[in-house]
Design a protein around this ligand. Structure first.
Ligand SMILES: [Zn+2]
Length: 436
């Protein structure tokens, strides 16, 4: 029987995660559709899973027997399935909430199956939040595009042109074993509006507005999350207050020496020697730490703030300049973290950029414009994220060498599995859905 890993993944996803039922539950607003919604949804899902580069590249596959087997259809009964135009039209009319439910349902089921029970640092469950720009263009745009003005060189002259782009804030569960997409929220044109008046960099301010919306929904959906981890854009009163209202903790990178509460912490520390020094033997690092609790100098936040500073030097490269990290910490749960743990969590934020954004752009086809429509893009990303999460869980739970490989390069490990599954697809001689 052909189909190896791909067959194993689908059979496992059906049995453990009810994948068929979840894909069938995705709705769209087409009237009397000639092609059932499930076929479209499943085609997009596997387009994401197998990293097929565009809807045009997907179209011919939809007429091939192996792909029909993959969708669980009987080839001779259905004939050729759908054109790229039909897929695109359906995505535009897809109900995003139901497409989101596929991914959210998979993560929630994994939680019920105790996959996340151990937690991460200090047995806590951490969500990293960060902005992600998926696509941009100087020429083509849709109704949901954000617009900014950029300077470009045209025929030897510097001119200002409009640039169109889509930007999201992504929430990712970070863990030593796996990273999974929990949710994402688009930046809307009106998110950027207030800051244009304030003549600030519109993207940053808009990201905070969208991130606050996102965080509320994430906590509502996954109540077991305890800590938010974010970069230097986020250690400000309004965002920390939103974290506080959700009864969560936060570990946020602080970069601006002149901003409270970092300003006060730096003044208190002055030239004092570190309160703690540790040697991370494996990483060959020497880490000096300063930790200061109960600061109340940020006027826009009502509560105590903790600031941790870490100076990291490399044992083998004494000439290399030390790297200094500063973190603002809030919330009851995070008070239990030691200073080295706070540093470790802040450095773990890098997962969202590496196993998230970087991989999606370089290995997956997320930066390709599959459909030029705000609703269609969100519906598609949700199905792609469902595929990404399922693949991550499959590697962790079902592939024996994964633990060892992950330590070296998780992105390459995932790529290798996808390549293997593409080979499997060619040999798929019957549906992997029927697991009876
Ligand atoms: Zn657009």
């Amino acid at each position: 029987m052909g189909g190896g890993r791909l067959r194993a993944l689908v059979a496992w996803a059906v049995k453990v995660f009810e994948l068929r039922r979840r894909l069938e539950a995705v709705a769209d607003r087409r009237q009397d559709p000639a092609i059932p919604g499930y076929v479209i949804t499943a085609a997009i899902f596997f387009c994401g899973l197998l990293r097929i580069r565009s809807l045009n590249a997907l179209e011919p596959k939809l007429g091939e027997k192996p792909f029909m087997h993959l969708l669980g259809l009987v080839p001779k009964k259905h004939g050729a399935l759908a054109s790229a135009d039909t897929l695109s039209r359906c995505l535009r009319q897809m109900d995003v909430a139901t497409s989101r439910a596929v991914s959210v349902g998979i993560v929630a089921k994994a939680e019920r199956n105790k996959v996340f029970r151990e937690g991460w640092i200090g047995a806590m469950h951490a969500v990293a939040i960060d902005g992600w720009e998926s696509v941009s263009s100087d020429t083509r745009h849709c109704g949901a595009c954000l617009v900014r003005h950029v300077r470009v060189e045209r025929a030897g002259q510097i001119v200002e042109v409009e640039q169109y782009y889509h930007r999201y804030v992504v929430a990712m569960l970070i863990d030593a074993r796996f990273d999974m997409v929990l949710d994402f929220e688009p930046l809307l044109p009106h998110d950027l509006r207030p800051c244009r008046a304030a003549k600030k960099n519109g993207v940053d301010e808009g990201e905070l507005t969208a991130a606050t919306r996102l965080l509320r929904r994430v906590k509502q959906t996954f109540g077991w999350l305890e800590v938010v981890v974010a970069d230097g854009l986020y250690p400000n009163g309004p965002f920390l207050t939103a974290v506080q209202q959700l009864r969560m903790s936060a570990v946020i990178i602080a970069k601006k020496d002149g901003d409270e509460p970092l300003k006060e912490a730096l003044a208190l520390w002055g030239d004092t020697p570190p309160q703690q020094a540790v040697d991370a033997r494996k990483a060959r690092e020497h880490i000096e730490l300063w930790d200061c609790r109960d600061l109340r100098t940020l006027s826009t936040y009502d509560g105590p703030l903790r600031v941790v500073r870490a100076r990291v030097t490399h044992v083998d490269q004494p000439d290399k300049p030390a790297h200094t990290w500063c973190m603002v910490v809030t919330g009851v749960a995070a008070t239990r973290l030691s200073s080295p743990q706070v540093l470790k969590m802040a450095r773990g934020r890098w997962h969202i950029e590496n196993t998230g954004f970087h991989q999606w752009t370089t290995r997956w086809q997320f930066a390709h414009v599959f459909v030029r429509d705000g609703n269609g893009m969100q519906a598609l990303y949700w199905l792609f994220f469902a595929a990404f999460n399922l693949l991550t869980l499959f590697l962790y739970r079902q592939v024996r060498c994964y633990g060892r490989d992950r330590a070296t390069d998780v992105t390459r490990t995932i790529s290798r599995l996808v390549d293997e599954m593409l080979d499997d697809l060619a040999r798929l001689d019957r549906s992997p859905w029927d697991t009876s």
